[in-house]
Design a protein around this ligand. Sequence first.
Ligand code: NAD
Length: 436
Amino acid sequence: MKIAMIGTGYVGLVSGVCFAEFGFQVTCVDKNPAIIERLQAGEVTIYEPGLDELLTRNARDGRLIFTTELASTVADADVIFIAVGTPSRRGDGEADLQYIYAAADEIAAAMKPGAVIVIKSTVVVGTNADVRAHIAKARPDVPFSMVSNPEFLREGSAVEDFLRPDRVVVGVHDERGSNAMKRVYRPLYLRETPMIVTTLENAEIIKYAANAFLAMKVTFINEVADLCEKTGGNVQDVARAIGMDNRIGSKFLHAGPGFGGSCFPKDTRAYAATGRKMNAPQTLIEQVVMVNEQRKRSMAERVIQAAAKSGAKTVAALGIAFKPNTDDIRESPSLDIIPALQKAGLTVRAHDPEARSAAEPALPGVVWCKSAYEAIEGAEITVLLTEWNAYRALDLKKVASLMKGNLLFDLRNVYGEQDIDGTGLEYHSIGRPRLG
Ligand code: NAD
């Protein structure tokens, strides 16, 4: 079985590499020649633990090819995955499906009879049926199957998530589509990974509902943290206890500076927009979107107020990526917080272990540093924005001695009382009592 993977971003590249690891012949296509040139040269274009080794091995063994030639690749493929971006449309928050339709047009022109076309990108309900009609109109002579196969991998553990998912969801409209998916995911099936075979529409709604629910859980615990701060509570103790209830579960109950990343912000906006359009208001998620935006502003405000009170001029920002183990900065809270600090007249010295090259053009005026300690040097305030392992065990006495001031804002609750005691730092975290 030959697989074509259209789009070699976080989802397309990881999926393509992992399908090759399953033993299939995979050709990954991207319209960006710079990405393909680097991949052809054996260079991994995104930072994702474990990807390097799998990519090198499968490319060397001839199961994995990279090209910009979509037409010839599709003409030869049995299963064609679409993994292009579906960003937010400016203004209304709806998902911008232009890349999906552009890829669909190119696929329609080149596909062979019996091809199975699979949308892996996150698309709003109705898109698969619409794309199917669109392709059928362009090529009424060619039989093909449409499949919706939303992806649930997380950046930072994408390879592991792809190879060991909680479940695989496939939406189909015919047996050929469902049989193709059973073959493609057979290695996981053998490991007893549940496979939900459902309708195109269900698969589309499942993806958005899952992300909306997780974003809501994060927003919920952030608001609990606010209440803890005002009342002397500790959000970590509260989260731990409520999370032990199996009906709630302990995951996604970590309070922080607001969710970011390439999925939750755009997917909650698109989900809410779909609800408005379909006259089925998703009121909870509308609130989640609004509260999360406010949260990022309020985080910056905390630091700005502390700076004004203490006369601080320089802030060290540790971590730009929206979470650890990725170089992805899309909609990272740091992209709101750092410019707000700069606007308030503060100088920002920043460090991130992997995201600097992505972040530099997005954050003009920032002083980039090679290590956390270099960033901290001379700063009156340090803000920990992303919980990279490299920031989990900083020598806080050294931090205090390098800093000009002594304020540490830990927006990820990495440190505790025992770490702060005796350092001379004034420690502010999220939803926990102030220390020092
Ligand atoms: P991305 O922006 O990293 O990558 C998309 C790639 O597609 C780009 O390299 C682009 O050049 C390429 N592309 C666009 N149009 C093309 C075309 N016509 N032909 C060939 N290549 C084309 O996107 P991503 O983060 O991988 O996300 C892809 C989809 O998967 C989105 O819908 C996203 O919501 C969804 N998703 C993402 C994640 C994640 O963690 N990133 C997780 C689950 C689902």
